[in-house]
Design a protein around this ligand. Structure first.
Ligand code: AMP
Ligand code: MG
Length: 374
């Protein structure tokens, strides 16, 4: 998979107060990808290494808990339980799933449904769920195509599954410290098989985990470093070079498929990127990507091919970056203006790329000059 965001580490790091900051990085697997935690601190003091190991162990455990709660692929997770439930059934979910679903609901409403975690069946229909990517189950589904390299999904499934994406109909509730989600009561039948809404929190989960990890780093007293979750969700603390150079340099991968097209300079914020270039296939000269427009039941067909947003919360940024790719040029521009969103995004235009941004001129640089900025 393509690297979407890369933090370039400074070679030497020093704190403003004269003590030497050195970097330690650790990576681990979660959400089918790699999480990288970088911490810059004065590791010379006694107990410094233990403090770091303790903090990293907490981050790893928290990420595993989140995955075990919200991944549809993990047997016994809250979301797997929801997906397996019958129409109209209320299932018990854990607190993490409840919190993520509440945030997902807020973002679904905010984006007018462009971000929609009820895309699960459509994501699977179009071949972008983990079972097509070396993860999850390899159970065949009635709607699987004989030759996915040349054949599109059947329209009857697109229509049926589109009717099972009204995320507003999911009811969340809390009582006596227990949490519940009620599955909508509508169903769709195709060729004698009945389908119910399936959730997919893949568009927000990594961001949510990055936020939790950042909270753990802050609680441990670390102020310099970052968390890079799967190259698409970054939570930045301060750069290791101190007050004189507080910004990290982030390289944003090119939607053209190789190299980078831009750099962003930022700190104490999250940077999230989504794009139609990270997972896609082409049939009959048309590109089909993993970002689904639930209003059509098909992969997003607008011209926004990569969107990077800078937000306080990485969960919000994760969902908004996905949503901008669904919205397309006009709606994305309107949404960004209405919400005063810090963003850098590219449109496919006349065989090339057109970049739009609300970042200040010193906060980014276009490094590939075949991309035109306006
Ligand atoms: P991201 O990589 O953050 O853009 O998230 C994309 C992933 O979220 C996809 O691989 C799907 O699993 C899921 N997804 C696809 N379309 C949507 C959508 N419109 N809203 C929410 N999640 C989506
Ligand atoms: Mg996203």
């Amino acid at each position: 998979m393509l690297a979407m965001l890369v933090v370039i580490l400074p070679v030497a790091a020093f704190s403003a107060c004269g003590g030497s900051l050195t970097g330690q990085t650790r990576s681990f697997s979660c959400f089918g990808t790699t999480a990288l935690v970088a911490v810059y601190d004065d590791f010379a003091g006694s107990g410094a290494d233990e403090r770091l190991e303790d903090c990293l162990a907490k981050i790893k455990a928290a990420a595993a808990d989140i995955e075990n709660s919200i991944s549809a692929e993990v047997e016994g997770s809250s979301i797997a339980g929801f997906n397996a439930a019958g129409s109209g059934e209320t299932v018990s979910i854990d607190k993490t799933a409840y919190e993520v679903l509440r945030e997902a609901k807020r973002l679904y409403e905010l984006t007018g449904g462009a971000y929609n975690p009820a895309a699960g069946l459509l994501v699977d229909l179009w071949g972008f769920s983990p079972r097509f990517n070396g993860g999850g189950s390899n159970i065949k589904k009635p709607y699987d195509r004989d030759d996915p390299e040349s054949e599109l999904p059947a329209q009857k499934y697109i229509t049926a599954f589109k009717n099972l994406t009204n995320f507003n109909d999911v009811e969340l509730s809390e009582s006596d410290g227990k949490y519940y989600a009620k599955k909508p009561s509508n169903t769709e039948s195709v060729d004698g098989v009945t389908y119910t809404m399936q959730l997919d929190l893949g568009g927000i989960g990594k961001g949510y985990a990055a936020d939790v990890a950042a909270g753990i780093l802050a609680d441990a007293g670390y102020g310099h470093g970052y968390i890079n979750l799967g190259q698409s969700s970054l939570r930045l603390l301060k750069d290791a070079r101190g007050e004189k150079a507080p910004d990290w340099k982030i390289s944003v991968a090119s939607p053209a498929g190789a190299g980078n097209y831009a750099e962003i300079y930022a700190h104490d914020i999250s940077v999230s990127t989504s794009g139609d270039y990270s997972r896609w296939y082409e049939i009959g000269g048309v590109r089909y990507s993993h970002i689904i427009d639930c209003s059509t039941g098909r992969p997003a067909a607008g011209s926004v091919c990569i969107a990077t947003v800078l937000t306080a919360s990485a969960a919000e940024g994760d969902a908004l970056a996905t949503a901008l790719c669904v919205m397309g040029e006009t709606d994305a521009a309107r949404f960004i203006a209405e919400h005063d969103l810090k963003s850098l995004y590219a449109l496919r235009s006349n065989g090339g790329y057109l970049v739009k941004t609300t970042l200040q001129s010193g906060a980014y640089k276009i490094t590939d000059n075949s991309f035109n900025v306006n």
